[in-house]
Design a protein around this ligand. Structure first.
Ligand SMILES: C[S@@+](CC[C@H](N)C(=O)[O-])C[C@H]1O[C@@H](n2cnc3c(N)ncnc32)[C@H](O)[C@@H]1O
Length: 390
C-alpha cells in the first residue's frame, strides 16, 4: 500500500510528552509503527468509503462534470446537507475530489479498493477489524439517512451494529486506546487519597478497565475511594453493572444513570462531592455547552478537576476522518452554537475547549500532552486530554 507508506513518512518519530519516564514509556505505543499504520490506513479507508457512498448516492455523473453542494443534495431530505457539506471538503482534503470555487470535480478513476487496505492492516496490525467493519456498516446502511430522513442513531446503533461499537471501544484497539491512555495520564497526576471520581458516558467501560490496570501497576488504585460509573444509555449501564467489577478489579465501583443534558439535582447528584469528573468523548454532545460545564463544576469540590479526553480538531474548518459517523447522529449535531464558544457542532479545537472551560469558571486548564505542539508535528494526531480545576 504505497499511499499508506507515503503518509507514514510524514511522522517524525516519538515526540516528548513532557510527562515523566513512566508516562513517556506508556505513550510510546501511540507513535509505534502498528499505531501509525492503523491510524493512516483508517483515514484512507474512510476517504474511500466516503467516495463510494457519494457514488452510491448517484453523484458520480454530476461530480464528473462539476457540481455544487446544493445541486448534489437537490431532491434529498433536508438533513442531508450536514453530512454532505462535510463529505465534499473531506474528499478534497484526501485528494479524491478537487474544487473550483463552490464546484466539486471527480477526475479519472480513483482507486477505491478497500480489500487491499484491510489485507495490509491485517498483516501488520492483526485484530483491528472493527475499525473497518464499522465503516463498512455506514456504507451499507446509511443511504436512508439521505433518502428517507432516518437518523444515524436508528441506522448505526441498532442491534446488528452495536457489537461492532463494543469491539471498537476497547483498549486493545490501538485506534481507540489513545483516548483513554492520555486521560489516565492526566487523572493520575496529583490524585488525592480517598478520591471520589465520577465518569460520564462510561459506555463500554474501557476507560475504567485501563484505570484499574494502570492504578494497580502504578500503585495508586487504593487512593480511589469511590468510582461512580454513569451513562445515559441503559444498555451500557446494564452491561457495566454485569461485567465491570470483573473487568476492572480493585476499582470501588458504584453505578448511576446520568444524562449530562439534564439538571443533575433531580437525577440524584448533590453539589461539591467529587474530586474528579472524567469524560472520554462525551462532553461534546452537550446541547448547551456552557451550562453543562458550569453544572459539572458545581459537582466538584474546590480544587477538584474535570478531565476531558476528546478528539480534537486542528482547526474548525478542516474535516477529520473520525467525524464521519457522527455527522449522521442527532446527539452530535443538534447542539446550540455560539460564535465565540461553540462555532460548530461535534469535535472542537483545543483553543475552543480552553475558552469554554475558562468561561464556565474553571482555572488552571492544562493540556495533556501539549496538543498544539503535537498537532504541528503530527497533524493527524487527533486526540488529547484537558484537565481543568474547579
Ligand atoms: C464515545 S462513547 C464513550 C465510550 C466510553 N468512554 C468507553 O470507553 O467505552 C460516548 C458515551 O457517551 C454516552 N452519552 C451520549 N450522550 C450522553 C448524555 N447526554 N449524557 C451522558 N452520556 C451520554 C453514550 O451512551 C456513550 O456511552
Amino acid at each position: 500500500m504505497d499511499l499508506i507508506k507515503q503518509r507514514l513518512l510524514s511522522f517524525n518519530g516519538q515526540p516528548d510528552f513532557g510527562l515523566g519516564a513512566r508516562a513517556q514509556a506508556q505513550a510510546a505505543v501511540l507513535f509505534s509503527r502498528p499505531f501509525l499504520v492503523l491510524h493512516t490506513a483508517t483515514e484512507i479507508y474512510t476517504a474511500r468509503v466516503v467516495m463510494l457512498l457519494a457514488l452510491e448516492m448517484g453523484w458520480g455523473p454530476q461530480l464528473r462534470q462539476g457540481a455544487t453542494l446544493d445541486e448534489l443534495i437537490e431532491g434529498l431530505v433536508p438533513q442531508s446537507r450536514l453530512p454532505a457539506e462535510w463529505m465534499l471538503p473531506f474528499l478534497v482534503d484526501q485528494g479524491l475530489l478537487h474544487h473550483e470555487g463552490a464546484r466539486y470535480f471527480l477526475d479519472g478513476e480513483p482507486d477505491l479498493d478497500l480489500k487491499e487496505i484491510r489485507a495490509f492492516v491485517d498483516a501488520e496490525v492483526p485484530g483491528h477489524g472493527a475499525n473497518f467493519e464499522l465503516l463498512d456498516a455506514v456504507l451499507r446502511r446509511v443511504k436512508p439517512f439521505f433518502t428517507e430522513g432516518k437518523t444515524g442513531e436508528q441506522l448505526l446503533f441498532d442491534l446488528s451494529v452495536f457489537p461492532l461499537w463494543l469491539a471498537y471501544f476497547r483498549n486493545e484497539n490501538l485506534g481507540y486506546l489513545p483516548n483513554n491512555l492520555l486521560a489516565v495520564l492526566a487523572l493520575r497526576e496529583g490524585l488525592p487519597t480517598g478520591a471520589r471520581i465520577m465518569e460520564l458516558g462510561g459506555g463500554a467501560g474501557s476507560f475504567a478497565q485501563l484505570l484499574a490496570q494502570d492504578g494497580a501497576e502504578g500503585g495508586y488504585l487504593d487512593r480511589i475511594a469511590d468510582y461512580r460509573f454513569t451513562d445515559v444509555a441503559p444498555a451500557f449501564l446494564r452491561k457495566a453493572q454485569r461485567d465491570l467489577r470483573e473487568k476492572a478489579p480493585g476499582l470501588p465501583l458504584s453505578f448511576s444513570a446520568l444524562d449530562i443534558n439534564r439538571p443533575f439535582g433531580p437525577q440524584g447528584f448533590s453539589e461539591g462531592w467529587l474530586d474528579i469528573i472524567i469524560a472520554i468523548n462525551v462532553v461534546h454532545v452537550a446541547v448547551e455547552l456552557l451550562d453543562v460545564l458550569q453544572r459539572l463544576r458545581s459537582l466538584l469540590k474546590p480544587g477538584g478537576r474535570l478531565i476531558l479526553g476528546e478528539c480534537l480538531k486542528p482547526d474548525f474548518q478542516r474535516p477529520i476522518f473520525l467525524e464521519f459517523y457522527f455527522k449522521f447522529m442527532k446527539s452530535f449535531t443538534d447542539v446550540t452554537l455560539d460564535p465565540e464558544l461553540r462555532p460548530c457542532s461535534g469535535f472542537m479545537t483545543v483553543a475552543a475547549w480552553e475558552k469554554a472551560l475558562l468561561a464556565a469558571g474553571f482555572r488552571n486548564v492544562r493540556r495533556i500532552p501539549d496538543i498544539p505542539g503535537l498537532l504541528e508535528d503530527y497533524p493527524t494526531f487527533y486526540v488529547g486530554a484537558l484537565s481543568a480545576e474547579a
